[in-house]
Design a protein around this ligand. Structure first.
Ligand code: FES
Ligand SMILES: [Fe+2]
Length: 343
């Protein structure tokens, strides 16, 4: 059987050693949307997290930076991730008061003359991670040499560059924990075979009949386009590492991500972005998203149980080709050998 036409073996969803390898070979080589440009105004800082790294996003003279939210002196965070973006011109450590510029340079340390060894401010900057803004989102890479962002987002940029750059605000966000490996949730969101069966009154209505589906695959991403409104298309992009970007012709954008928490647990983050004038309909929109994602939750948590019982997955369908595309990319980045792919 041709391995490229088969699903990944189930040990990749259940073996204890996989998260460390995924982090090093897969997640650290890719970019992650960690915030929305509109939510980080000039001279603000916002604490967040990426792959267990405490991050501090700052904006100064228009430039967004991703600094480690960890004081080099004794490790204290500068800001709490539960707070939103905070206005600030300097970052002041709440422990002993070391004070940083928003670009991460140490500006002052308390009682600087009395350190027990020679002290030079330039030796103590905050570490910075690769950080870019694109499509109204802030993208950060956790490793030093990520794939170029334009490569990772190849199909999205190619097919939706104009739509992507429309002005939007983050109108709602929601996070829940799922009891499954992140790949079960990612696979499921790439799965165009189940929609008519599992979401007959929700997502299936939004996407319409299967005969209207249009698929595109690239090296790093996939697209399902379905007719929407009188002449538009509803675009669903599947992106590495565990990201989905939904774009409607009226300018709305939904981002869904499944960052891993453990081999059998992940988080589902949903962000809804649109123009401020579209705020009125956002409760209905979030309710619709929640309803079909709740249907998916039962499926992915059940699927994880099946995988954990030692299944050998069955044949892939044409409408599951977006899953195979992401799995092939995953296999390449992970460096999976032929014998590993056979399980
Ligand atoms: S831990 Fe930040 S100044 Fe001491
Ligand atoms: Fe689904």
């Amino acid at each position: 059987m041709d391995a490229s036409l088969s699903f990944l073996p189930t040990w990749l969803y259940t073996a204890a050693e996989i998260p460390a390898r995924e982090r090093q070979r897969y997640a650290e080589r890719l970019w992650h949307p960690v915030g929305c440009s509109s939510e980080l105004p000039e001279e603000h800082a916002q604490a967040t997290q990426l792959l267990e790294l405490p991050l501090l996003l700052t904006r100064e003279q228009g430039t967004v930076r991703a600094l480690l939210n960890r004081c080099p002196h004794r490790g204290m965070p500068f800001q709490d991730p539960r707070q939103g973006a905070q206005p600030c011109r300097r970052l002041v450590c709440p422990y002993h008061g070391w004070t940083y510029d928003l670009d991460g340079q140490l500006r002052a340390a308390a009682r600087e003359a009395d350190f027990l060894q020679p002290f030079n401010r330039a030796d103590w900057p905050l570490s910075a991670l690769p950080c870019r803004e694109l499509g109204g989102l802030i993208w950060v890479a956790a490793g030093p040499e990520p794939l170029p962002l334009e490569d990772q987002l190849d199909l999205l940029i190619d097919q939706a560059a104009g739509l992507l750059e429309q002005p939007r605000r983050l109108l709602r966000s929601n996070s829940v924990e799922l009891h499954c490996n992140w790949k079960v949730a990612h696979d499921n969101t790439l799965d165009d075979y189940h929609v008519a069966i599992a979401h007959p009154t929700t997502l299936h209505r939004e996407q319409g009949p299967v005969r209207g589906y249009r698929h595109l695959l690239s090296e790093h991403g996939s697209l399902l386009a379905t007719p929407w409104g009188p002449s538009g298309e509803f675009l669903t992009f599947g992106l590495a590492p565990w990201t989905h970007l939904l774009l409607w012709p009226d300018g709305r954008m939904a981002l869904i991500q499944f960052p891993p928490l453990a081999i059998d647990r992940c988080r589902m983050d949903v962000w809804l972005l649109a123009e401020a004038s579209q705020k009125e309909g956002v409760d209905t929109w979030m309710d619709e998203m929640r309803t079909f994602l709740k249907e998916d939750r039962a499926l992915v948590e059940g699927g994880q149980q099946g995988y954990a019982s030692g299944l050998r997955p069955g044949p892939a369908h044409r409408l599951e080709q977006r899953i195979l595309q992401q799995q092939a990319l995953y296999g390449r980045l992970m460096g999976l050998t032929d014998s590993e792919l056979k399980g």
